[in-house]
Ligand binder design. Structure first.
Ligand code: MTE
Length: 326
């Protein structure tokens, strides 16, 4: 049985230990060889215009921006802010994991595809990218913690991978699993978390145009702290559904039990659709803090992507909340 601990991102930001943040940041700066702290954000939390070194774009010419997702209605969040403010519990239960996440070895990464498919197989991300073309999308990203960003992701629709996997008719959900290697990710030594990180979506959600497998950001190969070499992004759901560093994708009949749901089901449910009308049990979801500008803006239903996804939840509208949330 796991000891139930609330995720750190469930705490108000003014309870994040500034010293720990500073210490971690110093370590990161030393490791990455960068300098240049500038303005701070949040409750005195320093944020610099630095980010971990990433490989330059392997894509020539640069991936085209999908015209349907070329404008998120707000400016793209500065790369330095985004790449130094990440949730990746495998590397620590705080936001400054960028330095430690560089330990992640992504060369030769493979993904296991199994469960209810015609034939299980394992595929390298490099091989995957030879078969599926990439595109750029400028997309809103909203964390359950009530902060948000706009990110220029590079990747491909999850439905392209579903087609490659050839799921059987009996598959009802897609289950995603992050790598498990405590030697690389010391956070995985914290026994009270149910490692590896697991998330899941319904087949209909997986086949929705918005579900995106991400392999790059800001024109580059995906930064390790963003969940290299391949992570999911579901822009209409709270960020915790967007599982990082995926090592296994399974097609299953039962609704997968996700990492945070296993820890605290009453607060982090399976659906987790962004909904300003349904408060988290401990705070409001009516507004969000835009990282970088510090503006507080109203949160939109489905994070503003209702047109694309609302139909997935027909029949669940009652209260547009409890049931969508949990
Ligand atoms: N995936 C893994 N494997 N481990 C994590 O800790 N954190 C989640 C999600 N995916 C997490 C994860 C949470 S809570 C959020 S908000 C987003 O990743 C953060 O993504 P970002 O760092 O790119 O903003």
């Amino acid at each position: 049985m796991h000891l139930i601990r609330k995720p750190r991102w469930a705490l108000p930001e003014n309870r994040v230990t500034p010293e720990a943040v500073w210490l971690d940041r110093r370590r990161f700066l030393a490791a990455a060889g960068f300098a240049g702290i500038t303005a701070g954000i949040g409750a005195g939390i320093p944020v610099g215009r630095v980010h971990a070194a990433t490989a330059e774009s392997p894509w020539t010419p640069a991936p085209e921006t999908n015209p349907a997702y070329a404008d998120a209605g707000r400016p793209v969040t500065d790369e330095g802010i985004n790449s130094t403010y990440n949730n990746f519990y495998e590397f620590g239960s705080h936001k400054r994991i960028a330095g430690d996440a560089q330990a992640l070895e992504t060369e030769g990464w493979t993904i296991q595809i199994d469960g209810l498919v015609e034939k299980p197989f394992e595929i390298g991300t490099d091989d995957l990218l030879k078969q599926i073309g990439v595109q750029e999308r400028i997309i809103r990203h909203r964390c359950v913690e009530a902060w948000s960003m706009v990110v220029p992701w590079i990747g491909f629709p999850l439905k392209d991978l579903v087609a490659l996997a050839k799921p059987l008719g009996s598959a009802k959900y897609v289950r995603f699993e992050t790598f498990h290697d405590p030697n690389v990710a010391p956070g995985q030594l914290q026994f009270w978390y149910p490692w590896p990180y697991v998330e899941g979506v319904t087949m209909a959600e997986a086949e929705n145009e918005l579900s995106f497998l991400v392999v790059g950001a800001y024109g580059k190969v995906l930064h390790k702290q963003f969940g290299a070499p391949i992570r999911l992004h579901l822009p209409w759901k709270y960020g915790f559904k967007s599982v990082k560093s995926i090592a296994r994708i399974s097609f299953v009949e039962e609704q997968p039990l996700s990492f945070w749901e296993e820890l605290q089901a009453s607060e982090y449910g399976f659906w987790a659709n962004v909904n300003p009308e349904v408060p988290h049990p401990r705070w409001s979801q009516a507004t969000e803090r835009v990282l970088g500008t510090e503006e507080r803006i109203p949160t939109q239903l489905f994070n503003g992507y209702a047109e694309e996804v609302a139909h997935l939840y027909t029949g669940m509208e009652e209260g547009l909340g409890e049931r969508l949330w949990r």
